[in-house]
Design a protein around this ligand. Structure first.
Ligand SMILES: Nc1ncnc2c1ncn2[C@@H]1O[C@H](COP(=O)(O)OP(=O)(O)O)[C@@H](O)[C@H]1O
Ligand SMILES: [Mg+2]
Length: 227
């Protein structure tokens, strides 16, 4: 099982249709990522980084091509099936946090466990434990709206980790943060990587990418380096 690539993308294309106009956002992407790798995805704005991350993260499906996640073909799954894979195996962190602003942070973090049918007492226990691990133990009663950007992103990371996924995906996770909070967030990803998680981070920041073991460059929807 361990030598099956975690991610195996073969001839992936993604075309968006807006009215009569179609746009090929990904063209012939071929990529393998092994379990435990720590990978940066780098490229100019509009080059297809988020599109690629959404496909890897089972938030969307490719127009054509094959995506095997731990050997299982997921490119043609229905949205319900994709949601199940996502909930079980993947933690996603977004630039814009995507938290419920007026719900306390414990309930935000516990939400993925609702879909796993974990009971409410256990959900709360696990959410509090994860938030405390990430240094938010003093803020358990707060809502995201009451926190700083760096704290919000740590809540989002706690939510991504609470289901104990193998794969952590982060799309420009430091894009809305000051540099100090950004560094704290990057340190968290480094820690996860050293614990054996597979971590893929989209970033504009060359300094961040330089600290990662593998850098994939994407331009105009194609991987130009690092595949
Ligand atoms: N939902 C969508 N509908 C139509 N075009 C889209 C959509 N999402 C992204 N695009 C287009 O696809 C290209 C790649 O976008 P994206 O993957 O978000 O790039 P990046 O994350 O590298 O900035 C861009 O030209 C963008 O305008
Ligand atoms: Mg993007």
């Amino acid at each position: 099982m361990n030598n099956v690539p975690l991610i195996q993308l073969t001839s992936i294309y993604k075309t968006y249709h807006t009215g009569k106009i179609s746009f090929e956002a990904l063209k012939d992407i071929n990529l393998e990522i092994q379990q435990g790798e720590y990978v940066a995805i780098l490229g100019p704005s509009g080059s297809g980084k988020s599109t690629l991350m959404q496909i890897i993260g089972c938030l969307s499906t490719p127009t054509s091509g094959s995506y095997r996640l731990l050997g299982k073909e997921v490119s043609q799954l229905s949205s319900n099936e994709l949601a199940r894979v996502r909930n079980r195996q993947i933690g996603f962190v977004f630039q814009s946090f995507n938290l419920l602003g007026q719900t306390n942070i414990v309930d935000n973090v516990a939400l993925p466990l609702v879909y796993q049918r974990v009971g409410s007492v256990e959900r709360t226990r696990r959410a509090k434990e994860m938030l405390t691990k990430l240094g938010l133990g003093e803020h358990l009663k707060h809502q995201p709206n009451e926190l700083s950007g760096g704290q919000k992103q740590r809540v989002a990371i706690a939510r991504a980790l609470v289901t104990n996924p193998d794969l952590i995906l982060a799309d420009e996770p430091t894009g809305n943060l000051d540099s100090q909070s950004g560094q704290e967030v990057v340190a968290l990803f480094e820690q996860l990587s050293s614990q054996g998680k597979t971590v893929i981070v989209v970033t504009h920041d060359l300094e961040i990418a330089d600290r990662m073991k593998r850098i994939i460059h994407i331009r105009d929807g194609k991987i130009v380096n690092g595949a």
